[in-house]
Design a protein around this ligand. Structure first.
Ligand SMILES: C[S@@+](CC[C@H](N)C(=O)[O-])C[C@H]1O[C@@H](n2cnc3c(N)ncnc32)[C@H](O)[C@@H]1O
Length: 227
């Protein structure tokens, strides 16, 4: 089970996400995902959360005091100590790129805090003082951390027991240990022949050992870059 909090300026973005089936399954089984609004705890005028960068330049930067207040209000301890209780992950374009290894690592954590940035991003002291990790979903820049947080949560929650209708789907899928970290093999379904495009004969043979061997080979081939 996982207790996940997402700090954001747009908590209602997560309404759709929380309604998705595997997420609902995980919540029914005792996990939680809550969106926390940075603005709920800011004491700045007009519920402000950001300011212009020292040294000049474009955009607005999420303030360290705002994030400090938000973490303290949520966890009731000094924000610097929150990382001792749970993984505190800032979504940043330049962070550790999310891959299967990191997903498995995060899924093993009982509690996770995700911090979404906006505009120019975080005051660096937020990353240095409050966060245990910085995670990127790829080397490109999104407008905000919300979609990145959903990507992280989607990948992590489907690892939790019971989240998927069929647990076997997660056991043998791309990058899993069962496939030695390689991409998954190709799938086919009916019709067996369409416009002259035929399904590989081995898959119709009913010979389980041959099918398993073919799938392993295909998976390895894909891993070597040959689709
Ligand atoms: C417009 S981006 C800030 C970009 C920042 N000025 C830079 O050049 O690295 C605003 C926020 O979106 C989120 N974000 C954007 N791209 C991301 C990515 N590839 N992975 C994770 N988070 C991302 C981060 O939370 C970031 O603080």
């Amino acid at each position: 089970m996982m207790q996940a909090d997402v700090f954001t300026l747009f908590p209602n973005w997560f309404d759709w996400f929380l309604g998705q089936r595997h997420v609902r399954n995980a919540l029914t089984l005792g996990s939680s995902v809550e969106a926390v609004d940075y603005r709920d705890s800011t004491t700045l005028a007009g519920r402000s959360v950001d300011d212009t960068p020292f040294g000049g330049g474009a955009g607005m930067v999420l303030r360290v005091d705002v994030v400090d207040w938000a973490l303290q209000a949520r966890y009731g301890v000094d924000s610097v100590a929150v990382g001792q209780q749970r993984r505190v992950v800032a979504l940043t374009p330049g962070g550790r790129v999310l891959d299967e290894e990191l997903v498995v690592e995060l899924a093993a954590a009982p509690a996770l805090t995700l911090l979404c940035g906006r505009y120019e991003g975080f005051d660096e002291r937020i990353l240095e003082r409050f966060c245990t990790d910085q995670v990127s979903i790829g080397r490109y820049v999104l407008a905000g951390g919300e979609l990145a947080a959903m990507v992280v949560l989607d990948a992590v929650l489907r690892k939790l027991p019971g989240a998927l209708g069929d647990a076997a789907s997660a056991h043998e899928e791309s990058f899993s240990a069962a496939l030695e970290g390689q991409p998954e093999y190709p799938h086919y379904t009916r019709p067996a022949e369409y416009r002259g495009w035929e399904v590989p004969e081995v898959l119709l043979s009913g010979h389980h050992a041959r099918v398993a061997q073919w799938r392993r080979e295909q998976s390895r081939k894909r891993g070597e870059g040959g689709r």
